[in-house]
Design a protein around this ligand. Structure first.
Ligand code: NAP
Length: 336
């Protein structure tokens, strides 16, 4: 079967933030499968802030080369297979990119788990995928959140942040979020069940933090870096932990604001620790089991926005950096 594939390829590197000029929608032929390979028809594509880093520079993975398809996670259906482990008709998730079809040899590919009635297949890109896993291990392993902790998370209405806060709540912490705008803060408190949400666009973050956590912060789950991280460093409690998950405020310029308050970690015997979700790959099963249970019990809310059409990929991606996204961004490009 001869298939032609529509794919977004990188044609120039973003100087600061991503622009539609950096990518081009191209048609390419799908080569014949070799033994061990299978062909996936993408259905749902995931958007994650780190894709901007992948377009710009080598990080924990090699940067996307000019002319290469934009790398991203996706869920799709196997439509042709020369690999016994991945059979035609199965739903799989993997690094399949901003394109209609992807050839894979099975590396880093998972079968979409039997989510039964608690969630749709695209949860493999959110709650049961990269964002849920990041939230779970950030809270439980890096933050070591325990009963009674004062827990703070930035980008609290976002994919990772909203789940991190809800997990901390399940662990018995008092949970405060920081998010941009009243609509997001309302959802964070009323739907996700946080104890409070600071709107960093209108509130004085430092003053509000002193009001809501007068004794300071035990665990700060940081998704944004920059000025907010510096403020929280001045409010950290004895033996406080800062989970360095992301630093989206600096992904554009990479010119991070200096941290004037970091020395507070010395007197407070505090700790700041970065991590990458793939550090925990061999424990994803454990996270899945807990997240599945909590979702089934109605203790987790997952918010997403689904847009149709591969042609809209650049516009959806841009939303992550303006805050006009609300929940996990998914692009649906085919019917199941
Ligand atoms: N360590 C890991 O393995 C790992 C894995 C996945 C994700 N991450 C990181 O986790 C963070 C959140 O990712 P996500 O997928 O959940 O994205 P998200 O929070 O759903 O979307 C990004 C949000 O960041 C906020 N934002 C954008 N620019 C900002 C700025 N200049 N200052 C402050 N906030 C800004 C916006 O929220 P507001 O409207 O509230 O401002 C926006 O909605 C990112 O930093 C990402 O790189 C890390």
């Amino acid at each position: 079967m001869e298939i032609s594939n529509n794919a977004w390829v990188l044609i120039s590197r973003p100087k600061e933030y991503f622009s539609s000029e950096n990518v081009k929608l191209t048609q390419m032929k799908i080569p014949k499968l070799s033994v061990g390979e299978f062909l996936v028809k993408n259905i749902w594509i995931s958007f994650d802030p780190t894709q901007l880093n992948w377009m710009k520079r080598d990080t924990y993975v090699k940067k996307i080369q000019i002319g290469e398809v934009i790398r991203s996670l996706a869920v799709g259906k196997v439509i042709e297979s020369q690999n016994e482990q991945f059979k035609v008709g199965e739903l799989v998730s993997g690094v399949f990119g901003w394109q209609e079809y992807a050839i894979s040899n099975g590396l880093f590919v998972n079968h979409v788990r039997p989510i039964e009635s608690v969630g749709p297949p695209w949860y493999s890109l959110s709650l049961f995928g990269i964002t849920g896993m990041t939230a779970y291990f950030g809270v439980t392993e890096i933050g070591k959140v325990k009963e009674g902790d004062a827990f703070l998370v930035s980008s609290a209405a976002g994919s990772v942040g909203s789940i991190a806060g809800q997990i901390a709540k399940i662990k018995g912490a008092r949970v405060v979020g920081i998010a941009g705008g009243q609509k997001k803060c309302k959802w964070v408190m009323e739907e996700a069940g946080f104890d409070y949400c600071i709107d960093y666009r209108t509130d004085n973050v430092s003053e509000k933090l002193s009001e809501v956590f007068p004794d300071g912060v035990d665990v700060y789950f940081d998704n944004v870096g920059g000025e907010i991280l510096d403020i929280v460093l001045s409010k950290i409690k004895q033996n406080g932990r800062i989970v360095l998950c992301g630093a989206i405020s600096g992904y554009g310029t990479m010119n991070f604001q200096p941290l004037r308050n970091y020395a507070n970690l010395i007197s407070k015997r505090g700790r700041m620790e970065g991590f990458i979700v793939s550090d925990f790959t061999n424990r994803f099963g454990e996270a899945y089991k807990n997240l599945y249970l909590w979702l089934k019990e109605g203790r987790l809310k997952q918010k997403e926005e689904i847009t149709d059409g591969l042609e809209n990929a650049p516009e959806v991606f841009k939303k992550l950096f303006t805050g006009s996204n609300f929940g996990k961004q998914i692009l649906k490009i085919a019917d199941i």
